[in-house]
Design a protein around this ligand. Structure first.
Ligand code: NAD
Length: 498
C-alpha cells in the first residue's frame, strides 16, 4: 500500500546550509531542486553553495576546533551517545527522508537508520579510549611518549547511496577524535544530512563543530576549496574512484591526510561444496541491497560447474518474486535507481553483455511503466570477461553469473581488476576458505555471508578502492595524528641507587 511521505516532525525537513549552528542561504542566493527518484516529484530545494559558503564553513569549523578538542573524550562520548539516542527516537522520520530522496525500499531505509546510529554509538565508546604510547628510548636517560591528537578540521564529502550511514561513519570517528568538520552532502540527498545535524545540535554538539554545505552543480568548486584549504587537514571521501583520484590530486599541494572509500567490483565465488541456500541468500543480500547501488554489491558471481544450474535456478526464483516500485509502498522490495541516467547506464551494460553472448535468465529491461529511473532486477548467465559489466562497477540490480571449474581459475579471474573492496566466498571447507581468503586481493572477504558492514568491522579497500578504514577500532586512527615527546636528561644516577 502506498504511504504518503509525511514526517511526524516536519521541522526535520530543512533546505538550508548549516554553518556555525545557523541555518543559512548560500552567498549566491541560488537554489537547486531535489526530486523523489520514484515519482520525479519535487521534494524541496536547497542552497547551491559556492566557494564563499565553503570558506565560511571552514572558518566556523576552525574557530570551534580548539574548544572541542580540549573537551575530555568522556564529554565528547556523552554527546555522541545522546545523538545516537535521538537518531533512534526519530528513526521513522529519518527513514522517511532516506527513502524519499534516495528511493530505497522502506525496510532498507529503516535498516539504514539503525546502521547510521550504530557508528555514533560505537565511536561514543571509542572517544574516551584514545590511548597514546610510551616507548623505550635507546638512551636510558631519555623517555619517549606518543600523544594522539585530532588532525584538525576535516572535510567530509559523501555520496547519495547511504544518505545517513555514509555521514555518521565519518562523523562518529571525527568528533570522537576531537576534529571539527565541514560536510559536503550529495546533491541528490541533502535533507537526511540536515535532519541529522538538527538532532546533533539537540544532543549538544557545540556551535561550529559540524557544518554542512549543500551543492549540486557547484560540487567540484566546493571540493576544490576543501582540498586547497590549508586549514582543512583531512579529507574523507566516499564515492567513485574517478572523483577520489581527482581529490587526491587537489589535496597534494597541502599534503592532506586522506581517507578514500572508492569503487568496487566485488567477486562472489560459490564452490561446489557451498551451502547453496546460504549462497543464494547471501547473493540476494549483497547484490540487490539498495537496488544494487552499494559499493560492496556483488558485481561478478563465479559459480562452480556442479552447482551452476541449481544456483541459477534458485536465484532466479527469488529475483522473479521481487516487487519493484515506489519505496514508500510497503510491498516494495526494490525501489528505483537514483535517477534516469543511472537506469540508462544499467541498460547499456546489459545490452552490451547480451550482444556479446550473455543470456537473460530473468529481468533485463527498464520499467518505464513505473518510472524512468526503474530497472527490473536481472540475472544474466553465460557472462564472460570481455563484457563491460565484468570490468566496470554496475551500480544497479544486475547479477552476472560466470561458470568456473578450478579454484585457481576463479581466484585469478576475481583478482583481475584494478579495484579491491569487498569479496565473498561460499564453501563448507574451512581449509579452502582460509586459503582463498589469503589469495584474494581485496580489503574485505565475507565467508558464507552476504552482509559485510558492521560498526565493529573495519571497512575499506586495497588497490584503487582507496585508503584508510572506516568503523571499528581502526576507524578513529584516520582522524588522529601522533605527537612524539622525547624527554631528555632524566636523573639516571638516582635510578642506580634504587
Ligand atoms: P561520485 O564520485 O560521482 O559522487 C560521490 C560524491 O562525490 C557526491 O556527493 C558528489 O556530489 C561528490 N563529487 C562528485 N564530483 C566531485 C568533485 N569534483 N569534487 C568533490 N566532490 C565531488 O560517485 P557516485 O556515482 O555518485 O557514487 C557511486 C560511487 O561511490 C561508486 O563508485 C561506489 O562504489 C562508490 N561508493 C563507495 C563506497 C565505499 O565505502 N567504498 C561507499 C558508497 C559508494
Amino acid at each position: 500500500m502506498l504511504q504518503e511521505r509525511r514526517l511526524k516532525n516536519p521541522s526535520l525537513l530543512i533546505g538550508k546550509n548549516y554553518i556555525n549552528a545557523e541555518w543559512v542561504e548560500s552567498a549566491s542566493g541560488k537554489r537547486f531542486e531535489v526530486h523523489d527518484p520514484a515519482t520525479g516529484k519535487l521534494i524541496g530545494t536547497c542552497p547551491e553553495s559556492n566557494s564563499q559558503d565553503a570558506q565560511k564553513a571552514i572558518d566556523a569549523a576552525a574557530a570551534a576546533f580548539p574548544a572541542w578538542r580540549s573537551r575530555s573524550g568522556r564529554e565528547r562520548a556523552r554527546i555522541l551517545r545522546r545523538w545516537n539516542d535521538l537518531i533512534l527516537e526519530n528513526a521513522q522520520d529519518l527513514a522517511t527522508l532516506i527513502g524519499w530522496e534516495n528511493g530505497k525500499a522502506s525496510f532498507d531505509a529503516n535498516g539504514e537508520v539503525q546502521f547510521a546510529a550504530s557508528f555514533l554509538e560505537w565511536f561514543s565508546e571509542e572517544a574516551a579510549h584514545i590511548h597514546g604510547d610510551v616507548a623505550p628510548h635507546s638512551s636510558t636517560s631519555f623517555r619517549v611518549s606518543v600523544l594522539k591528537e585530532p588532525v584538525g578540521v576535516a572535510g567530509l564529502i559523501v555520496p547519495w547511496n547511504f544518505p545517513a550511514g555514509m555521514i555518521t561513519r565519518k562523523l562518529g570517528p571525527a568528533l570522537a577524535a576531537g576534529c571539527s568538520v565541514v560536510i559536503k552532502t550529495a546533491g541528490e540527498t541533502p535533507f537526511t544530512a540536515n535532519a541529522l545535524a538538527l538532532l546533533g545540535e539537540k544532543a549538544g554538539v557545540p556551535k561550529g563543530v559540524v557544518n554542512i554545505v549543500c551543492a549540486l552543480e557547484n560540487t567540484p568548486e566546493i571540493g576544490q576549496v576543501l582540498c586547497a584549504s590549508p586549514i582543512v587537514r583531512k579529507i574523507s571521501f566516499t564515492g567513485s574512484t574517478r572523483v577520489g583520484r581527482l581529490l587526491m590530486k587537489q589535496s597534494s599541494d597541502t599534503i592532506k591526510k586522506l581517507s578514500l572509500e572508492l569503487g568496487g567490483n566485488a567477486p562472489v565465488i560459490v564452490f561446489n561444496d557451498a551451502d547453496l541456500d546460504l549462497a543464494v541468500k547471501g547473493v540476494v543480500a549483497s547484490k540487490f541491497k539498495g537496488t544494487g547501488q552499494t559499493c560492496v554489491c556483488a558485481n561478478r558471481i563465479f559459480v562452480q560447474d556442479e552447482v551452476y544450474d541449481e544456483f541459477i535456478r534458485r536465484l532466479v526464483e527469488i529475483v522473479r518474486a521481487f516487487k519493484v516500485g515506489n519505496g514508500a509502498d510497503t510491498d516494495t522490495t526494490h525501489g528505483p535507481l537514483i535517477h534516469e541516467a543511472a537506469a540508462s547506464k544499467v541498460a547499456e551494460l546489459v545490452d552490451d553483455a547480451v550482444q556479446k553472448g550473455a543470456k537473460i535468465a530473468v529481468g533485463g529491461r527498464r520499467r518505464q511503466d513505473i518510472g524512468p529511473a526503474f530497472y527490473q532486477p536481472t540475472v544474466l548467465t553465460d557472462v564472460s570477461s570481455d563484457m563491460r559489466l565484468f570490468q566496470e562497477e554496475i551500480f544497479g540490480p544486475i547479477a552476472p553469473i560466470l561458470r568456473f571449474s578450478a579454484e585457481d581459475e576463479a581466484v585469478n579471474a576475481a583478482n583481475a581488476c584494478d579495484v579491491g573492496l569487498a569479496s565473498y566466498v561460499y564453501t563448507q571447507d574451512i581449509t579452502r576458505a582460509h586459503r582463498v581468503t589469503e589469495l584474494l586481493h581485496f580489503g574485505m572477504v565475507a565467508i558464507n555471508t552476504g552482509v559485510m558492514s558492521d560498526a565493529a568491522a573495519p571497512f575499506g579497500g586495497v588497490k584503487q578502492s582507496g585508503l584508510g578504514r572506516e568503523g571499528s577500532k581502526y576507524g578513529i586512527a584516520d582522524y588522529l595524528q601522533s605527537k612524539t615527546v622525547v624527554t631528555g636528561n632524566i636523573n639516571v644516577t638516582h635510578r642506580a641507587h634504587i
